[in-house]
Design a protein around this ligand. Structure first.
Ligand code: FES
Length: 577
């Protein structure tokens, strides 16, 4: 018999002595499973995003083996299953297009199968939110095990950061500072071990968010992928999930509003990716927490950025782990009264503060003191105004302070193709004070909302030594990128947002202090231009992309599908049997 708080869900499949029980057990037995494995043991699903086409997650079979050892040791029975793997580096047009698809796969795989709980193996950017979204909609006990970051990249005797170095070297190449040979020679050195991007990009950010939310064991976010301690953590997580079944510790007890507030504050302290704004909203929506853009202002804005990691700072995830990792950051926040909800429950059954209050901190260059932060006024800047009535975001720690209050003339690109065609045209009427505006790259305009918002600067300005300009779009930006970049403008151009009405030469005002993004034309002029807009032809007529277009919500709503919001629970729908 199980000692669980409530009957095992898996017993609905394996626990009966009738025709159905016969069938469910019999087919499973073709894998060599003896009878006693079906007798009252928690069945633990290991939800695996392993794929050789998702290089960041290509080592996950080995992680799964260690999870299994832990599950078996604790008296559970592990079953590994694959789900759609949204790999950032290979998947076109953008992995974000399939985040919701992956979440549907996860949700239905959990609900339809005889599992009592799941271990979520996540790594590359979208896999973390996708798996948490799917599991949250089922509200089963779940624990996140991340694949871990790559070792530091190495090039010409120096450390280089995954993703960030690509942006930096490409700008240098365009400016004529390095040649093609040098540009290409960094490839192998950047990605020299298994794991995710080693900067504080979206993968590292979301791993930190999973830990700050309480859905993983402490230190899950930062242990390098090839460090043996990553596999110890996988083993311990496998042990822990079995107890979570016995305690009925479901995601709804962990993913509370308090947990999301902690995550928002932590995101500011680590200088995390703007993508977290979209993903946390989507996860919150699945579990019934009403997170709003204003929560990022109320809870996160003004929090000092303590973690000195690329792209905002200097170091990489290896140093972050050796310096003490996320528990050391949370301890530092808590000691200064900056952890909003210390008593929030986490996967190991302790509060977040109990897990972190004694966490050692070994290197104050990497995790800086509050008195000497990387950025005093960090967090995510939420902007509103007639150009973004439903909001836009900017990451201050990655921006140039002098540009965060700026007025400039718009140089307008109608879409990404137009941008690529004209940005390096020597005749382009642009100077360092111009504001680069790109339209039709939002959730519907460039389905999936590609990470193209950090538009590279015109080559002629790079050659003059210009290193940053204000850029505005409805796109997203890679977490490894940087610049004074306004992103996620909502409503997007393709949804009839005011961004679509911007014309060449318009004056635009950005004021991060006031949270304002303003197109300097009259309300009548703006309304007239919007009324005259011609929608671009829609080329997508079928397939998953059509489903996406028809149902994706705007960036401020997390880009989830409208019909996926909410927790539907783990009960199998009645009509299926
Ligand atoms: Fe996978 Fe960066 S491309 S984590």
């Amino acid at each position: 018999m199980s000692d669980a708080k409530r009957p095992l869900r898996s017993a609905q499949w394996f626990g009966t002595a009738d025709k159905n029980g016969f069938m469910y057990r019999s087919w499973m037995k073709n894998q060599g499973i003896p009878d006693h494995e079906f007798q009252g043991k928690p069945i633990i699903g290991i939800c695996n995003t392993w794929s050789e086409l998702t290089p960041c997650n290509a080592h996950f079979r080995k992680i799964a083996e260690h999870v299994k050892k832990g599950v078996l040791e604790a008296g559970g029975f592990p079953v590994e299953f694959p789900v759609f793997s949204s790999g950032e580096s290979n998947l076109r047009p953008t992995a974000m297009l399939t985040r919701n698809l992956a979440s549907m796969d996860v949700e239905e795989a959990i609900r339809g199968n005889p599992v009592d709980a799941v271990v979520l193996l996540t790594g590359c950017d979208k896999t973390t939110p996708a798996l948490l979204m799917g599991a949250a909609s089922c509200d089963v006990p779940a624990i996140v095990v991340t694949g871990g970051p790559m070792l530091n990249g190495k090039h010409k005797g120096k450390d280089i950061g995954a993703g960030t170095i690509v942006w930096q070297m490409h700008e240098a190449y365009k400016a004529g500072q390095i040649d093609l040979n040098e540009f290409l020679s960094a490839e192998a050195g950047m990605s020299r071990s298994a794991g995710t991007c080693n900067t504080m990009g979206t993968a590292s950010t979301m791993a930190c968010m999973a830990e700050a939310l309480g859905t993983s064991l402490p230190h899950n976010a930062a242990i390098p992928a090839v460090d043996a301690r990553r596999y110890v953590l996988a083993h311990l997580s496998g042990m822990r999930i079995v107890d979570m079944v016995r305690e009925d510790l479901r995601l709804s007890k962990i993913l509370t509003r308090e947990a999301f507030e902690n995550a928002i504050r932590v995101n500011a302290a680590i200088g995390g990716s703007t993508n977290a704004v979209i993903h946390l909203k989507a996860i919150a929506g699945r579990i019934g927490v009403d997170l709003q853009l204003e929560d990022w202002t109320r809870v996160g804005r003004g929090t000092p950025t303590l973690v000195d990691l690329q792209p905002s700072g200097r170091f990489l995830m290896e140093e972050f782990y050796y310096a003490g990792g996320l528990p050391a950051v949370i301890r530092r926040l808590g000691e200064h009264g900056l952890l909003p909800n210390p008593s929030a429950l986490t996967a190991n059954g302790n509060s977040l503060w109990a897990n972190c209050q004694a966490a050692p901190l070994y290197d104050e260059a990497v995790i800086r003191p509050l008195a000497n932060p990387l950025v005093a006024d960090g967090g995510i800047c939420i902007l509103r105004g007639n150009l973004a009535p439903k909001g836009a975001v900017l990451k201050p720690s990655a921006a140039t302070p002098a540009l965060m209050q700026h007025r400039g003339r718009a140089v307008v690109f109608e879409n990404f193709e137009d941008y690529k065609a004209r940005i390096n045209d020597p005749e382009l009427d642009v100077d360092a004070n111009s504001v680069l505006v790109m339209k039709y790259c939002g959730p519907k305009g460039y389905p999936g909302m590609a990470e193209v918002g950090n538009m590279g600067l015109p080559a002629k300005l790079l050659a003059q030594g210009v290193t940053d300009m204000v850029r505005i779009s409805d796109a997203r930006m890679s977490g490894t990128a940087y610049g004074t970049v306004v992103l996620h403008v909502a409503p997007e151009a393709a949804a009839g947002g005011p961004l679509a009405a911007v014309r060449e030469g318009d004056w635009i005002e950005l004021d991060c202090k006031e949270g304002r993004l303003h197109l300097d034309i009259s309300a009548e002029e703006l309304a007239g231009r919007l009324a005259d807009l011609q929608a671009p032809p829609q080329l997508i007529t079928g397939g998953y992309a059509k489903l996406y277009l028809d149902h994706v919500m705007q960036a401020d709503e997390g880009c989830d599908f409208d019909f996926l919001v909410g927790c539907r629970g783990a009960a199998v729908p009645k009509h299926s049997h």
